[in-house]
Write a protein that binds this ligand. Structure first.
Ligand code: AHM
Ligand code: MG
Length: 326
């Protein structure tokens, strides 16, 4: 007997039909899966084709662009455009929102290749995306949506082939890629309560420059947990989703070189922080910024807005929120 595994598309079809929804979302997701597979291909062949180095330019964020950042951005734009379902997309690599189809149905906010410092090593990176739906009742006037208005958000860990997606009020699900490049075997994720498994994840080189309350909290509490840091949000958050704990990228406020401070945090709200926070909430966790306010409630003022991020098991995020309000 052949055993057929449930693919992501089977899973999504069932979900849409159970809720009496249209197939537009399936078409959009098909384009996102195709983009992820194509990025994965370019990443796996990157060393041989000489694609793992810098592109020689600086992006809108003032950061060095890698060749693969550019390739992945072109790949995602191409597939989203061809789906015909996207009104407008916001990409980490594009200064302005990319207009696609004015009568489309969705907004997509994406980081095509997150964790650029891992690219030269061919180590895990992420493709992150958040999706919001247009206002179907009237004219669309707000293209920058807060995370709580996303209908879905997900991430591919490339090149390991894992894909995790959260659907609004329907949970957070992980899929693995099989040998035919299908995403299969949905596993529902719930952040575990067992504190013995919990991990902390942050760039320890920056700890001296955090607000003193966070620095003190780390000093008092970090011995209780394992410490893991990959330097790519998708990979680090992948572990937190499975093991529980806390990922933190606090504001950097006390750097001796003021040019290296990130008073509003480093991560971008719309296509990094809100994406993982949406997924975390669907898995029973939560996320706040440096003021202790919910990441999902922040109304973006501009596409590339940055935020500090404290993300993971609810108890730990609540503890941090209290520290930040002291
Ligand atoms: P990028 O979009 O330039 O790749 O930066 C985002 C990445 C995240 O994936 C990761 O969590 C963080 O930056 C790592 O930063 P650092 O190298 O400062 O630890
Ligand atoms: Mg990024």
């Amino acid at each position: 007997m052949i055993e057929f595994e449930l693919t992501f598309m089977d899973f999504l079809l069932e979900h849409q039909e159970r809720h009496g929804r249209t197939y537009h979302f399936l078409i959009l997701m098909n384009s996102i899966l195709n983009a992820a597979k194509r990025i994965q291909h370019f990443y796996l062949t990157g060393a041989l084709r000489g694609n793992l180095g810098p592109a020689g330019c600086i992006n809108v964020q003032g950061e060095k662009t890698m060749k693969l950042d550019q390739i992945a951005n072109e790949v995602v734009k191409n597939y989203l455009f061809r789906s015909g379902r996207v009104i407008e997309a916001i990409s980490e690599e594009e200064e302005k929102p990319v207009l696609m189809n004015p009568s489309g149905r969705y907004f997509v906010y994406f980081d095509p290749l997150d964790g650029s410092s891992n690219i030269p090593h061919n180590l895990p990176v992420g493709f992150l995306f958040g999706i919001a739906k247009r206002n179907l009742e009237g004219p669309e006037d707000n293209h920058l949506r807060a995370g709580q208005e996303y209908i879905a958000a997900g991430m591919f860990v490339i090149p390991t082939g894992t894909f995790t997606i959260a659907l609004k009020d329907a949970g957070c699900w992980r899929f693995h890629i099989d040998e035919t490049m299908n995403y299969v075997k949905p596993i529902k994720l719930e952040l575990p309560n067992d504190q013995k498994k919990w991990e902390l994840s942050y760039n320890s080189a920056h700890r001296y420059y955090y607000d003193h309350r966070i620095k003190d909290w780390l000093e008092k509490n970090e011995k209780k947990y394992q410490f893991r840091y990959l330097g790519a949000l998708a990979g680090d958050f992948h572990r937190i989703l499975t093991n529980g704990g806390l990922f933190l990228y606090p504001a950097i406020v006390n750097h001796p070189d003021p040019g290296k401070n990130y008073p509003n945090g480093k991560l971008r709200l719309m296509y990094e922080a809100a994406v993982v926070s949406f997924m975390c909430q669907e898995a029973g966790g939560s996320a706040v910024d440096e003021k202790g306010q919910s990441i999902l409630a922040i109304q973006p003022q501009q596409p590339h807005q940055r935020t500090a991020l404290y993300l993971g098991s609810k108890e730990l995020v609540d503890e941090i929120t209290e520290v930040l309000s002291s």
